[in-house]
Write a protein that binds this ligand. Structure first.
Ligand code: UDX
Length: 444
């Protein structure tokens, strides 16, 4: 099939490259000329494992091309996928400016009767109906298009894998012909397909993300209690997860969720509920718990060290999770802001997210060239992202690099036995603290 994808961000690029891989002819459009120039050279503008290789492979096979021109993108397309961003407005609602803009442009350029306009961007319930009216703004004919919704569930860092191994593909449509054609388009992925109404499809995306965020905030609250009660959250999560009704996924306690989806979508759902005069109290609490959790390590450090002013700290990890350079809503940013206010001098290191962080953090911190430079001679070390590169470090090595080794691990990267063995002070999430040098507050 001939498919165009509007918006060459995470979702658009991964979708475009994956659809090309299963045999479709795909054109990806973005208004950002620089981005399209980079893509036309066969390079990926974002860090996502396997994406660049897939782009190159499909460009070579002539099944994937890039453009900034709506006329080129729309002239032959049977299916046009909208994958532009829906960032948060100040009040938490979704900003639909880009969706409106591209819908109007698509409407003005469609040539084929029966073209399907498929929205992949996460949009509030009812938006696809607005898309329909925006498509008509500059279009000549009403029967030029059919609208449908296809929420995206891929995770950054494993987006290609997720596309080919998803749990489900949701197709929301109001027309059997569109539903059948979209099923045909997705069939080669071999992923179970669920057909729903457009409104239900839109709601499935928000509900799924809100539920996963709830699981995370829940286990983090259990972790906070475990610390007080002397229990170990990892054992608790294991015991809970063995109950198939609960499941073991997304029960990893840590310093909260970040990224481009959970924070934005949970806020948007609270906002959507509010518009319907429904107070979504559960989700409001999930968001509140997460905000506290993201800066938990700072409180732990303040409890342990009398005065943080003038102390030196190493920060390992800036991205909101491993295998991505994305720092949107990352715990690292909030934490670092607070530590700067406390007068802490920081040396930070992340394998791929440093360039993105530089524009946000400027010269408030020192960027290290490798993880050892961020550890050596620091008064304390914060582990913020569980990159494999950090997990393979041994605590004994860390201990040797620091004078009085004091580690705050926000992602439970190491076993408690290893911390005892390495003779360090080691604080993690929801597990008993390992305190070798002191049992009470001290001034390092
Ligand atoms: C998420 C959804 O998983 C995906 O389906 C949706 O389409 C987009 O949002 P993503 O944001 O890429 O994907 O990352 P994900 O792997 O889900 O992690 C989100 C955040 O939750 C990360 O900050 C991660 O560290 C945190 N997390 C995840 C936990 O703290 N504990 C867990 O058990 C799982």
């Amino acid at each position: 099939m001939k498919i165009s994808v509007i918006g060459a961000g995470y979702v658009g690029l991964v979708t475009g490259a994956s659809l090309a891989k299963i045999g479709h002819h795909v054109t990806c459009l973005d208004v950002n000329e620089e981005k399209i120039e980079v893509l036309n050279k066969g390079r990926s503008p974002i860090y996502e494992p396997d994406l660049e290789a897939l782009i190159q492979q499909n460009m070579k096979a002539r099944t994937l091309s890039f453009t900034t021109d709506f006329e080129i993108a729309c002239q032959q397309a049977e299916i046009i996928i909208i994958a532009v961003g829906t960032p948060s407005n100040q009040d938490g609602s979704a900003d639909l400016t880009a969706i409106k803009d591209v819908s109007e442009k698509i409407g003005a350029h469609i040539h084929h009767p029966g073209t399907i306009i498929l929205t992949k961007s996460t949009v509030p319930v009812g938006t696809n109906q607005k898309v329909k009216s925006w498509l008509h703004t500059y279009s000549f004919s009403a029967d030029h298009f059919m609208i449908a919704s296809n929420p995206e569930f891929l995770r950054e860092g494993s987006a290609i894998h997720d596309t080919f191994n998803g749990d489900r593909i949701v197709i929301g449509s109001e027309n059997e012909e569109a539903a059948r054609k979209l099923e045909e388009m997705f069939a080669p992925f071999g992923v179970p397909i669920l057909h729903t109404s457009i409104e239900s499809a839109e709601m499935i995306k928000y509900s799924s993300n809100a539920f996963l965020a709830t699981k995370i905030s829940f286990i983090n609250e259990i972790a906070n209690l475990c610390e007080k009660l002397g229990a170990n959250v990892e054992d608790v999560a294991r015991g809970m997860g063995m109950d198939q009704r609960i499941g073991s996924a997304f029960l990893q306690a840590g310093i909260g969720y970040g990224g481009s989806c959970f924070p934005k979508d949970t806020n948007a759902l609270v906002q959507i509920a509010g518009e319907m005069e429904h107070e979504f109290e559960l989700l409001e609490s999930v968001i509140k718990v997460n905000a506290k959790q993201q800066v938990k390590l700072v409180q732990m450090a303040k409890d342990h060290v009398k005065d943080l002013k003038g102390k030196r700290a190493g920060i390992l990890g800036l991205s909101f999770k491993p295998n991505t350079d994305d720092i949107r809503e990352a715990a690292s940013i909030e934490m670092i802001k607070l530590l700067v206010e406390e007068g802490v001098q920081m040396t930070v290191y992340d394998p791929v997210a440093q360039d993105n962080a530089k524009s946000l953090l400027g010269d408030t911190v020192t960027f290290a060239d490798n993880c050892f430079d961020a550890i050596e001679d620091q008064d304390m070390l914060f582990i913020v992202t569980e990159w494999e590169e950090f997990k393979v470090l041994r605590l004994k090595t860390i201990s040797k690099l620091m004078d009085l080794p004091l580690v705050f691990d926000g992602r439970n990267c190491f076993a408690l036995e290893e911390a005892i063995d390495a003779n360090i002070d080691y604080y993690s999430i929801g597990r008993p603290a390992v305190t070798q040098f002191s049992n009470s507050k001290k001034n390092v």
